[in-house]
Design a protein around this ligand. Structure first.
Ligand SMILES: Cc1ncc(COP(=O)(O)O)c(C=O)c1O
Length: 377
């Protein structure tokens, strides 16, 4: 247990709320119960492992992108550990086998290189397939089905004779999508790869399913999973990251200074580049508590970070109040793809991590210092 304090943590800090996490976990448990699928936590989105024992009460295991996440999943989450990597390294593979239950390969060449060894070690073996079916617009960097994608084996490259090694297929093609996109994708998978599905033990539908979003069509998801299970007699896995912690966390920041340059500017003690890089990468405008669109409320500000990067700008927001040094600014939906992506560019301190328990008490899970910056360099 970490340090306890009623409030007043040094900003910036990530705040994860148990009650909001539980809300999502209850929904995922219901989907599991009604569809018969298994659900894994995709650790790439959220690796705050102090929450793993709670998540493990609801979900079936964890999904890893390589050696370190596989180890974290095995040691801290337990249950099933699944690993997919676009290409495995020879010098890491034995250690990966020591943690993994399922090992998913990206290409026939990787199957050829490693599958016999993994099979001998008693692992369940999968191949990531590419159904060549794009269902998303706008975010090409999140579309594994975009032309020239390196992610997954296309039908043209599939080698039927490798089926003797394969226990399952894996695909991941969605990003923050509803189950209508899954339906289209599953139809493409069946059209291209359907003839081999009856020979397999499992099918992993990847992540990108926004299952816990209030307007997500869960009934359709459940129908799709049941259809796959009944038609092909398969175990079906989902490995969402975002959906597990959607809206379950905040990033709490403080205004350090304000200025005017044709628009009101506020410099915060948090940085888009260092603490929420998806804001710049994706890009998107994160929700801020008690704010409106520019001009909607009395005071409009451009919120930016304290780094040297001119583009370290989070966005333009309006508030009922004037911002001044010391004002709090709270960013919403900050549990996913944040803590796992932070960096110390400009020597920026990493935000602390605080957990609010069901009874409202807050606990400091982690705080960082100069050594965390220095030790990486
Ligand atoms: C293979 C794989 N599985 C699962 C996920 C999790 O996706 P999300 O967090 O959008 O649910 C990703 C995200 O990139 C992924 O690449």
């Amino acid at each position: 247990m970490g340090e306890r304090k009623p409030a007043g943590w040094r900003t910036p800090y990530f705040l994860v709320e148990e009650e909001r996490l539980l809300h999502n976990l209850e929904i995922l448990r219901d989907v599991k119960a009604r569809s018969g699928c298994k659900i894994l936590l995709a650790q790439k989105a959220f690796s705050m492992y102090s929450c793993y024992p709670l998540i493990a009460e609801y979900l079936d295991g964890s999904a890893a992108s390589g050696l370190y996440e596989a180890r974290l999943g095995k040691e801290e989450f337990g249950k099933e550990t699944h690993v997919f990597s676009p290409a495995y390294r020879e010098d890491e593979f034995d250690e990966i086998l020591s943690y993994a239950d399922h090992v998913v390969f990206n290409s026939p060449a990787q199957v050829k290189r490693y599958a016999a060894k993994a099979k001998k070690a008693g692992k369940s073996i999968g191949l990531r397939i590419n159904p060549e079916c794009s269902t998303q617009e706008g975010h090409a960097i999140y579309d594994p089905c975009s032309p020239g994608s390196r992610l997954g084996t296309t039908l043209e490259n599939f080698q039927e004779e490798q089926l003797e090694f394969l226990d399952g297929f894996h695909f991941h093609t969605l990003c923050e999508q509803d189950s209508d996109a899954l339906e289209v994708t599953v139809a493409a998978v069946e059209e291209r790869f359907g003839r081999w599905l009856p020979k397999l033990k499992w099918l992993n539908l990847g992540g990108g399913h926004h299952i816990t979003r209030s307007d997500y069509d869960r009934e359709r998801l459940i129908r799709i999973i049941r259809h796959l299970k009944e038609t092909y007699d398969l175990e079906v896995y989902l490995e969402p990251g975002e959906a597990v912690v959607l809206n379950a966390g905040f990033l709490v920041a403080t205004v350090l200074d304000t200025m005017y340059n044709g628009i009101n500017l506020a410099i915060l003690d948090t940085s888009a580049a260092c603490h929420m890089p998806d804001v710049l990468e994706m890009p998107y405008r994160p929700p801020v508590q008690e704010s409106g669109l520019p001009g909607e409320k009395a005071w409009t500000y451009r919120l930016g970070g304290p780094t040297c990067l001119a583009g370290d700008v989070i966005g333009d927001y309006s508030f009922d109040r004037q911002l001044e040094p010391g004002s709090r600014v709270v960013f919403e939906d900050m549990a996913l793809y944040t803590m796992v992506k932070t960096n110390t560019f400009n020597g920026m301190p990493l935000p602390s991590i605080v957990y609010r328990e069901r009874d409202g008490r807050e606990r400091l899970v982690k705080k960082f210092a100069y050594e965390d910056f220095k030790s990486r360099l």
